[in-house]
Design a protein around this ligand. Structure first.
Ligand code: NAP
Length: 256
């Protein structure tokens, strides 16, 4: 009997969930998985399966790559804030006529005792800070620090945590903490205490790896500025977990 060809799945990654999905798909002989990384992190944790690194050159380039490498399905497992790539994925999937799924971990939900301030952008978050505190724990990543570099924030001090060193423009008064999650609650409590943090800024990234800072802030009565997520492009189905995404691939294969 002829052996059915493996389904080629391209996972747009850069997240823990993308890596977990690649691990899960790599164990399935009916699937061939390629993970794509943007190349932003100097030493990324590589998933199993094939890996390619760097941009595609916009939606047209991604569609071309999909056709050339005979990709059967595309999974956008990028970070919830990688909005440009998610738009490109939607456009490329339409151009190349391949099914697309977005893998998005659920966002965080405020609990009793939280003092959250929801904002639509980093710039809006920066605008709220002077009214909330003076010693800011900034956990929004090294990209986008320009929003906090304005003269109006000169009186504030920032603790900036990022995986790789940030490049200017960045806040005038800051200390950089190079670190990569997961972070534990004791460590986050200690960080808030040691640096006398009185306001925290975060994106609504969701997930467990970086959630302990929210618990530590709640316990310490520290206000949190939470930047809301951009929406998933219209019409793109969403899976919440790598398992759910793997089942979507299995269904494709079964129907294929
Ligand atoms: P973005 O603004 O949405 O995308 C900018 C450009 O980077 C895209 O147009 C694309 O270039 C390239 N790109 C992004 N993700 C890619 C991928 N997985 N494979 C190949 N090219 C990719 O993205 P971003 O916010 O800078 O994020 C970049 C990467 O870091 C993503 O993989 C994301 O999952 C990860 N990440 C982002 C955040 C965040 O807060 N934004 C946090 C943690 C991890 P071309 O147009 O040339 O194809």
């Amino acid at each position: 009997m002829p052996v059915p060809a493996a389904v080629h799945v391209l996972v747009l990654g850069g997240t823990t969930e993308a890596r977990r999905l690649a691990e899960s798909l790599a164990g399935d002989r009916s699937v061939r998985v390629t993970s794509s990384l943007a190349g932003r992190v100097a030493a990324p944790r590589l998933p199993p399966g094939d890996v390619r690194v760097g941009g595609f050159g916009g939606p047209g380039g991604l569609a071309e790559w999909v056709r050339e490498h005979r990709v059967d399905a595309l999974i956008d497992a990028t970070h919830p804030f990688a909005a440009a790539m998610s738009r490109n994925a939607a456009e490329a999937a339409a151009l190349a006529h391949v099914p697309l799924l977005a893998l998005r971990r659920p966002g965080w939900v405020a609990q009793d005792g939280d003092r959250w301030h929801s904002t639509g952008s980093l710039a809006e978050a920066a605008g709220l800070l002077p009214a909330l505190g003076e010693r800011v724990f900034l956990t929004t990543g090294r990209m986008g620090l320009a929003a906090f570099a304005g003269a109006g924030l000169d009186a504030l001090w920032f603790l900036v945590r990022s995986v790789d060193a940030p490049e200017p423009p960045f806040p005038a008064r800051m200390e950089v903490l190079l670190d990569r999650g997961p972070f534990d609650l004791d460590g986050e409590r200690e960080l808030l205490r040691r640096h006398r943090i009185d306001v925290l800024v975060t994106k609504d990234s969701g997930g467990d790896a970086t959630a302990p800072k929210l618990t530590a802030a709640r316990e310490a009565g520290v206000p949190v500025v939470v930047v809301r997520r951009p929406p998933v492009p219209e019409g793109v189905p969403v899976a919440r977990t790598p398992d759910e995404a793997a089942r979507w691939v299995a269904r494709l294969h079964a129907s294929g």
